[in-house]
Design a protein around this ligand. Sequence first.
Ligand SMILES: [Zn+2]
Ligand SMILES: [Zn+2]
Length: 343
Amino acid sequence: MKCVLLPGNKDVVLAERPTPEPGPGEVLVRTRASAICRSDMSIYYGNPLVGAARSGSELVIPGHEPAGEVAAVGDGVTAVRPGDRVAVYLAFGCGYCEYCLSGERVLCPRRQIMGFDVDGGDAEYVLVRQEYCLPLPDGLSYEAGAVMTDMIGTQFRAQQRLGVSGAHSVAIFGLGPMGGAGVMVARARGARVIAVDVLEPRLRLAAELGADATVDSSREDSVARLLELTGGEGVDVAIDCSGNPAAQNAALDAARRRGAVAFVGESRSTTFNPSDQLLRKVLTLIGAWYFPLWQWPAIARFVVERRVPVDKLVTHRFPLEQAAEAFRLFDQRVTEKAVFVWG
Ligand SMILES: [Zn+2]
Ligand SMILES: [Zn+2]
């Protein structure tokens, strides 16, 4: 099968690998859509955020946001059948620890992340255990399925933990695909949504995705503007999707007293003042990453019933053969979600 490899020097290599055979409990998924994620850029640049993708002798196939059609199943597989449409959960856990048993397999101390530790979806086929096949509702495209895991799933989980509802104002910082998903999820949950970014096209897209107001933080002080938009109080909830220290600080400053902030954007270090920004406001600050397995049916229902236009996050589609261009344009932030598709 054809696959993409990222040696870590901004090279993108098209390679041929043997098509895997499903063993007991395993499912071979024929990939139909596989989305590029900002976290893939850490492999592209040779500095993976998680996993040990480059420690072995053979490079791991990237791609942790695939969706496709079940092509073959191994012995003992009862959850899916050939022809079923599925998205794929990205963390493969031990199955027995307290985190795995709670469904939050990203927290398993022995978890392996698809596309970082084990082969992922930027290939014609991907091999997964049956419990990681997430049924894709009829009427939702494979592309939607691909962006519904990491993007929509992470936002759904974070906003559910913070109780985001129609009673709340929510500021989303950083309108890449994760921020775009944040706008759509907050909107569908009924909140008043204010989108903050430095790039005009991303603010326009945020408005299309349902943001009630947009703030261009390259032109104005985002905190001052958010206070102005909320009668001087600040927003109930601020979600940073950029991982940028200035935006993380602005999120803390723009949240009202007793408000809540979620850090969703990947970042390696930041500086803030806990006494003034956190303690004196009795603020809740959460870290958010992905969602537990049990939440998938609720996420899928939410997207269908609230007609969340997840396809709108996908601005570019590429065949695998154009992977080099896809990664380059994504890296340059020319695209929102860029997805590999098979005709
Ligand atoms: Zn991702
Ligand atoms: Zn575990």
